[in-house]
Design a protein around this ligand. Structure first.
Ligand SMILES: Nc1ncnc2c1ncn2[C@@H]1O[C@H](COP(=O)(O)OP(=O)(O)OP(=O)(O)O)[C@@H](O)[C@H]1O
Ligand SMILES: [Mg+2]
Length: 150
């Protein structure tokens, strides 16, 4: 787990088509918009474009709230058979999450008056979801969404 957190935190940004540094609150909307454009460009359905964009804005908001700064990296992968997949990697060198299973419980929050869908909601929206976190090192969340045939 510990090695994996560092590995993910060190993934070179050059390997991604889009990288948004999350520093200010406005950067959350920028990341959301970039994800939306990529998904639209790849022919994702409107519902799935919204899911990808929502996941990205939730991940960016978590970075902004809990780690202050970090980055959202987005890339596409072309599968041999089937449609393309969008992969989002959200990384920060913030405080980390002590008990990942606990925070994935629906409704768990350390934030007052939270209205978002949170990590458990993101997990339901996406095809692949992984949180790797280590206290004192940081947090990486990897999510993927595959284009459905329609
Ligand atoms: N990048 C992060 N770094 C450190 N802690 C995090 C990070 N992301 C999430 N957490 C912790 O996990 C908890 C759950 O996050 P989650 O996004 O599911 O809900 P939330 O942010 O509390 O509320 P919301 O529903 O508004 O998203 C947070 O309250 C916080 O304690
Ligand atoms: Mg959240």
């Amino acid at each position: 787990m510990a090695r994996k957190a560092k590995e993910l935190l060190d993934i070179p940004a050059d390997d991604f088509e889009m990288v948004v540094r999350i520093v200010r609150e406005e950067d959350i909307a920028v990341a959301r918009q970039m994800a939306k454009q990529l998904a639209q460009g790849l022919g994702f359905s409107l519902a799935d474009v919204t899911k990808v964009a929502t996941a990205v804005s939730e991940l960016a908001r978590n970075i902004y709230r809990y780690a202050q700064t970090g980055k959202i990296m987005i890339r596409k992968r072309l599968e041999e058979n089937g449609g393309p997949t969008i992969q989002v990697v959200a990384v920060d060198r913030g405080p980390g999450i002590e008990d990942v299973d606990l925070v994935l419980t629906r409704g768990y929050t350390t934030y007052e008056r939270s209205l978002g869908i949170g990590l458990s909601g993101i997990r339901r929206l996406m095809d692949f979801f992984e949180v790797v976190s280590e206290v004192g090192t940081g947090t990486a969340v990897v999510v993927e969404k595959r284009r459905r045939k329609f």
